[in-house]
Design a protein around this ligand. Structure first.
Ligand SMILES: Nc1ncnc2c1ncn2[C@@H]1O[C@H](COP(=O)(O)OP(=O)(O)OP(=O)(O)O)[C@@H](O)[C@H]1O
Length: 504
């Protein structure tokens, strides 16, 4: 409770309260109640940096969990609105590092050996964020230079307390203002909790890294640091040191003699291949997580947030993108109907016209300004209007695409995104939707059928029995409902009669 009071007081003190209430379209009664509740405690709030805009200022002052929460909300304009999402994008996940002794103690307790035994060199932190910090070190056994990522001591407990407070606040908001349920505050906190839990256990990041490496081992011009499993655990992740020029430093890239145009195309094509071909993509692919190795390879690190898209969705979206590339809006509309994304009671021609209104202004632009991310954002707006539910993994894809396009364009501002993307989409279509893919699907289906063959009659029978039982239960509850209504009707009808009887 104290935390919530401190949060409310900080929001009031920094001027963030009004912005948040506006973003959530809070009714007048809620605004008055909130402000009356926190105003007397305003002095308890933290002042923060007066030069920063109100909401980022309040969140930064309140600490790591709030900064992370703000960062995640910045990727959800569907929840907080465009303006607030834009403001939240400035939030930087950089915090003062914790001490070297604490880091060494954390490594020792997690790996079971003293740092001096494991490493011949162990640097001061090279980077520190809200959840972890990174040290550069040299292994004693092999001499290999490694990056050692160490969780902040006590961070799990600190996040747990704040997440509990977020749940409490979300419950309170949903109870006090039923209209706010449309924005699903509880679900937003749940999404935050799942993202953060992934980052608080570095074993999951190690697993992401090894799955990503397995998928991309054949990708030319792409490298990932290798996990040193024997020196990694829940709170420590040791991986090979990625040596190279930061991808955000054009002068250094030019000085090293790398071809920026080729790099810009490779970044985008790698990302599209990972999303379409593998359905597993780096969802935090900003410049700070990318380097260029001496041989010109792109190196990616930080695998705390990865996106997943199932194969069916990938195929549908490849067809949608391909339809847009050919400006065949009728086909794009049909794909939505065939996939069941848009309810069948809508008119396919009307939907195709809405899609044309999305596509034409974008394709009418100068080629160097066309953006696939913008196309997807507009597409999701239209499909939502036609009754399709927005899906978290697709929003994550679209948000990452914004970042990746930004990275590519910063390397080559004149890049034509469509021309670069087209071969990747076409290649995927050829392999996933053509006759060869159909044969692969049939083989897969046959393999499953063969495995379940002996159990199939039993499974079908069980499913039929379940369905029959459900139908009986539904019929019974319908009967009960009807009976309930009749009984209520009789009672209501009886009231005037009873009153009349008691009066006479
Ligand atoms: N394998 C590596 N090789 C070289 N440097 C690395 C490596 N891993 C991490 N770093 C450095 O440490 C920084 C922070 O690492 P990482 O991004 O994984 O941590 P984080 O806590 O998720 O930080 P952020 O939120 O800023 O992305 C990177 O920006 C990079 O400078």
């Amino acid at each position: 409770m104290l935390r919530l009071i401190r949060t409310g007081a900080t929001f009031e003190r920094t001027g963030a309260m009004g912005v948040v209430l506006d973003a959530f379209d809070a009714p007048k009664s809620i605004r008055i109640a909130f402000r009356m509740l926190v105003w007397p405690f305003k002095w308890l709030g933290i002042e923060g940096d007066p030069a920063a805009p109100p909401v980022p200022r309040a969140l930064t002052a309140l600490g790591p969990a709030y900064i992370k929460f703000g960062q995640i909300l910045s990727t959800r304009p569907d929840v907080v609105g465009d303006e607030l999402a834009q403001q939240l994008r400035v939030l930087q996940d950089k915090l003062p590092p914790f001490g070297l002794d604490a880091a060494r103690a954390q490594v020792e307790s997690e790996i079971g050996y003293p740092v001096d035994e494991l490493f011949s060199e162990f640097s001061q932190p090279v980077a520190a964020a809200s959840i972890a910090q990174v040290h550069k070190a040299r292994r004693t056994d092999t001499g290999q230079v490694v990056a050692v990522k160490v969780l902040r001591p006590g961070i799990e407990r600190a996040f747990r307390t704040d997440i509990d407070a977020f749940y409490f606040a979300a419950n309170m908001i949903e109870t006090l203002s039923p209209a706010s349920r449309r924005l699903r505050p509880r679900e937003v906190v749940k999404h935050f909790e799942s993202v953060v839990s992934g980052e608080l256990d570095l074993r999951l990041e190690s697993a992401n890294s090894s799955e990503y490496a397995a998928n991309t081992q054949g990708d030319a011009g792409f490298q990932l640091p290798e996990v040193v499993w024997g020196m990694s655990g829940r709170r420590v992740l040791t991986m090979s040191w990625a040596e190279g020029v930061p991808l955000g430093d054009n002068d250094a890239i030019d000085a090293a003699g790398h071809d920026r145009e080729a790099l810009s195309e490779r970044v985008l094509q790698l990302f599209l291949n990972h999303a379409l071909r593998d359905g597993f993509f780096h969802a935090d692919m900003h410049q700070g997580n990318l380097k260029v190795a001496a041989n010109g390879d792109i190196i990616a690190y930080d695998f705390g947030i990865m996106g997943h898209i199932d194969e069916y969705t990938r195929r549908v979206y490849a067809e949608i993108l391909y339809g847009f590339i050919r400006r065949d809006y009728k086909r794009v509309a049909e794909v939505h109907f065939e996939a069941g994304y848009v309810p069948a009671d809508h008119d396919v021609d009307e939907f195709a016209r809405a899609l044309r209104a999305v596509g034409e202004p974008i394709f009418g632009m100068d080629a160097t300004r066309i953006s696939m991310a913008r196309l997807l954002a507009y597409l999701f707006d239209v499909t939502e209007r036609f009754g399709m539910q927005t899906r978290t993994e697709l929003i994550l894809l679209q948000r990452t695409m914004v970042v990746v396009e930004g990275v590519s364009r910063s390397l080559n501002p004149r890049m034509n995104i469509w021309n670069v993307a087209k071969p990747v989409v076409e290649d995927y279509i050829k392999h996933s939707i053509g006759p060869r893919a159909a044969l692969k699907d049939l083989t897969e289906t046959a393999r499953v059928l063969v495995r379940f063959g002996p159990r199939l009659p039993g499974l079908v029978e069980a499913a039929l029995v379940r369905q029959a039982e459900q139908e009986v239960a539904e019929a019974e509850s319908l009967w009960l409902l009807r009976f309930g209504w009749c009984a209520a009707g009789v009672l209501l009808g009886a009231i005037p009669v009873l009153i009349w009887v008691s009066l006479v």
